[in-house]
Design a protein around this ligand. Structure first.
Ligand code: NAP
Length: 289
């Protein structure tokens, strides 16, 4: 099966490599060509245009930042060539709003193409080892056709429902990432301010029903204030909390706490933390950065 990966940023690069390892024939396009060209050494074919990547591929995987980036690539307004979508299958894997995904699906179909959404939970290590959680949305027949791709990326890919439902579940998951990160940062902040032994706090927390593994996974970063090379940058989690708030505003949910959290994310980005691991939220929430 021939696959085009459109967008070889942090996640797209790892997914392209994983699929190449699993014997798919992979071509790649990226706005900044160096990132796609760098993959040529391992047999992934870099393409000069999106249209070239689509041509001859059985499916194109979109791994772009957000819905605006996807639209800029599929329907360019900067004079670059408009890729032909007719008879092409597009699998949208980034984190976007359900309404954005439904609108993309409609527009791709109107252009004669086919559309499936397959956002993922997990980051670069999970992409490398095929342990992403794939939450697909779209027609069952299309999903089944794409199952070999999803099985290369995930131990248990799942079809959630129609287009939009996979995107919604992904946002539900990422709201938990933002919420758990914030709530743990507050508690750890108080523990440290009061001079309480952090290991004693963690020992008790681990025994309790309140514990989540992500607390230990990120603990070293909070303690050292070193957030290192991001797998999942803070700026993208900020986007996702904003998307969740937007979706929640269409419902009866009270969005006050989401808006407040989004404000903290915005301040973190303004203070230059956007490209760091999302756990750098601690610095904005606790350290006043
Ligand atoms: P990233 O490293 O920032 O990569 C973003 C990609 O989008 C790059 O290829 C970038 O091209 C491209 N792009 C942005 N704006 C564009 C535009 N206007 N036109 C064309 N291309 C554009 O992000 P990522 O971490 O790979 O994430 C990609 C998506 O997956 C996001 O929706 C993110 O929320 C989601 N996601 C990420 C992770 C993770 O662990 N990283 C996990 C789950 C889901 P350039 O290289 O030229 O900038």
């Amino acid at each position: 099966m021939k696959l085009a990966v459109i967008g070889t940023g942090l996640l797209g690069r790892e997914i392209a490599i994983r699929l190449q390892d699993r014997r798919f024939a992979v071509s790649a396009w990226n706005r900044s060509p160096d990132k796609a060209n760098a993959l040529a050494t391992i047999g992934i074919q870099p393409c000069a245009t999106v249209g070239e990547a689509f041509a001859g591929s059985d499916a194109a995987l979109l791994l772009l930042s957000d819905a605006a980036a996807i639209r800029a690539v599929l329907w360019p307004t900067d004079g670059s060539e408009q890729p032909a979508l007719a008879d092409h299958l597009l699998i949208q894997m980034g984190t976007i709003a359900p309404s954005e995904s439904r609108a993309l699906g409609r527009d791709v179909e109107r252009a004669g193409g086919q559309y499936l959404e397959a956002p993922v939970l997990g980051s670069l290590p999970e992409a490398r080892s095929g342990r992403l959680i794939v939450m697909a949305g779209g027609e069952l027949g299309l999903y089944e056709r794409c199952l070999p791709i999803f099985e290369a990326l995930s131990e248990q890919p799942q079809r959630i429902g129609e287009v939009g439902q996979g995107a919604a579940l992904k946002l539900a998951m990422n709201q938990l990432i933002g919420g758990l990160t914030a709530t743990f940062a507050y508690s750890l902040g108080l523990v440290r301010d009061e001079g309480i032994d952090v290991e004693q706090f963690m020992g008790l927390l681990r025994q309790s029903a309140l514990y989540a593994p992500t607390f230990d996974k990120k603990l070293d970063k909070y303690l050292s204030h070193e957030y290192g090379q991001a797998n999942f940058p803070l700026k993208h989690l900020r986007k996702d909390i904003g998307l969740f708030r937007h979706v929640a505003e269409q419902s009866t949910m009270d969005t006050a706490s989401l808006a407040a959290l989004e404000g903290v994310f915005e301040r973190a980005v303004e203070h230059g933390l956007g490209d760091l691991d999302y756990s750098a939220l601690y610095e904005a929430l606790v350290e006043g950065r």
